[in-house]
Design a protein around this ligand. Structure first.
Ligand code: SF4
Ligand code: FES
Length: 242
């Protein structure tokens, strides 16, 4: 019991020490006034707490820039919980950075002292830059408007067991429905293809009986990834090929 207590307080004090620790990083951030201006990478030096999230690190940088009377870096974010898909940043040549998670769930402890971190917006023609790191992803909305919905009035929420669906199919449909429309697949693909996103939108409806009624009108008959030249690189990005 005494040992357990000792370990607990030791862990607490280590946590406290880590909280005080700061890491020096060099940031190279894409700055671009608006869609029509020419952009460039601009260097910044920061001292960061390893427990900060990547977005908190940018918040702190922006506070410093504002205190100096400089323009803060524009970046997109909303939920900061990995569910809205807004925090799309290209970090050190990878969408969302070195971990397989969203930028808002990435923490500074995954970088090391003295590292240079290059931060860019998604690079794809379909996602034009609005300002600095913010891109316009309304192309995804147009894809969903073209067929990623059920047109009948579904009324109020149905009893979960009203239409029995085998668990294996429900799980598959859920995997597709977990797409948060972040656009990382487009940014990762050498052809800037949205096939992974489109495949997810089609599959979640094609797998379930509710989506089958309109499958011919909306092209939901297959999984949506056939014929995509960049599909294997996308699987690689998602860590599915190792
Ligand atoms: S399929 Fe593409 S848009 Fe959807 S969550 Fe995955 S990377 Fe983001
Ligand atoms: S801010 Fe919503 S997923 Fe990152």
């Amino acid at each position: 019991m005494l040992n357990e207590k000792r370990e607990f307080y030791l862990a607490l004090s280590i946590q406290h020490l880590n909280f005080e620790r700061r890491m020096n990083l060099k940031l190279r951030i894409w700055r671009q006034r608006d869609a029509n201006s020419k952009g460039a990478l601009v260097d910044y030096e920061v001292k960061v707490n390893p427990h900060m999230s990547f977005l908190e690190m940018l918040d702190e940088l922006n506070e410093t820039l504002q205190q100096k009377g400089q323009e803060p870096v524009a970046f997109d974010h909303d939920c900061r919980e990995g569910i809205c898909g807004s925090c799309n940043l290209f970090i050190n040549g990878r969408p969302h950075g070195p971990m397989q998670t969203t930028t808002c769930q990435l923490h500074m402890r995954h970088f090391h002292e003295g590292e240079t971190v290059v931060i860019e917006p998604w690079r794809a023609k379909a996602f034009p830059i609005v300002k600095d790191l913010i891109v316009d992803r309304s192309a995804f909305d147009r894809i969903v408007q073209a067929g990623g919905y059920i047109s009948v009035n579904t009324g109020s929420a149905r009893d979960a067991n009203e239409i029995p669906i085998p668990k294996i199919i429900a799980d598959e449909a859920f995997n597709s429905a977990a797409c948060i429309a972040c656009g990382a697949c487009v940014a990762a693909c050498k052809n800037a293809s949205a096939m992974l996103f489109v495949g997810a939108q089609i599959s979640k409806l094609a797998l379930l009986p509710q989506g089958k009624a309109e499958r011919k009108a909306t092209g939901r008959e297959n999984g949506g990834s056939d014929g995509c030249g960049g599909f294997w690189s996308l699987l690689q990005y998602r860590g599915l090929l190792g």
